[in-house]
Design a protein. Structure first.
Length: 280
């Protein structure tokens, strides 16, 4: 991460592009730090801080090419947004949990914090790129600058950060930015924040500009839906059917959300998102 925030739309776009995982510069933190339970997403139970049994000595996954058929679909949808390489290369200066006990003692507290800060920075930077948020550019620049400065802290400082407090400080501005970004879309008055839409039949729905922040849409039928201009911050799209849906201008959409859903060749995506390999 840069050591200063350079205000401007181009810098914000660069930040959005840069907040991507680079596993070659990490030490498999996502295979060690989080806990997971045996479920449709994971074939086994794994406690927090314990390396996955599929992890090899070179920090590579021994079943990477077969994760879904082997019962580890949850691994394929996880995205650290570049937190892994930041923690390993910047915070710990290239030291890893495997050979350094000090790193091992702290990484479980530091990695989740950096992942959450990267997510907030990703959302704030995206909002900063949108012309409709011009009145908020100064505030968005301040937030991005503060987040970058926080990320430059050492491991002890990062481990003590209250991420809920960080979210509470940033989210009101992100909501205001979302309102401005969605204002020109025809369904901007549709507010389904935190809505329970599990298994909902939304196929073919006009959701242009709708607020779907935090909506639970597990297994929902969104086939053919128009989601341009919709805010899907934190929306749970696991198993949702996006076949033929239009997400070409959906706001605050993370790649991990697409990886958790189902789609097809007709699903429209922006240039900043990749079509998941498991889609039909």
């Amino acid at each position: 991460m840069d050591h200063a925030w350079d205000p401007g739309t181009r810098a914000a776009r660069d930040t959005v592009d840069r907040l991507r995982a680079d596993c070659s510069r990490c030490a498999a933190l996502c295979c060690v730090v989080p806990a997971f339970s045996r479920s449709s997403d994971f074939a086994i139970d794994k406690p927090a801080g314990q390396p996955c049994p599929n992890l090899q000595r070179d920090f590579r996954c021994g079943i990477h090419d077969d994760l879904r058929p082997r019962g580890f679909a949850g691994c394929t949808v996880y995205d650290c947004l570049g937190a892994g390489q930041h923690v390993v290369q910047i915070v710990f200066g290239g030291r890893t949990w495997r050979e350094d006990q000090d790193v091992a003692d702290l990484v479980g507290d530091v990695f989740p914090v950096v992942r959450a800060l990267h997510e907030l920075l990703r959302y704030a930077a995206e909002a900063r790129t949108h012309p409709a948020t011009v009145a908020l550019h100064g505030e968005l620049d301040d937030v991005c600058r503060d987040l970058v400065r926080t990320l430059d802290g050492n491991a002890d400082v990062l481990a003590r950060i209250d991420i809920d407090q960080q979210r509470a400080a940033v989210n009101p501005l992100l909501v205001r930015a979302s309102t401005a970004m969605r204002a020109a879309w025809p369904r901007h008055d549709v507010d389904r924040r935190g809505a329970d839409l599990v298994g909902a039949h939304l196929d073919g729905e006009d959701l242009r500009g709708a607020c779907l922040r935090g909506a639970r849409m597990v297994g929902a039928d969104l086939s053919g839906a128009d989601l341009r201009g919709a805010d899907v911050t934190g929306a749970d799209l696991r198993g949702a059917d996006l076949a033929g849906a239009d997400l070409s201008e959906t706001y605050f959409l993370l790649q991990s959300q697409l990886e958790s859903a189902r789609g097809d060749a007709r699903t429209r995506l922006s240039g900043g998102h990749a079509r998941p390999a498991h889609w039909s």
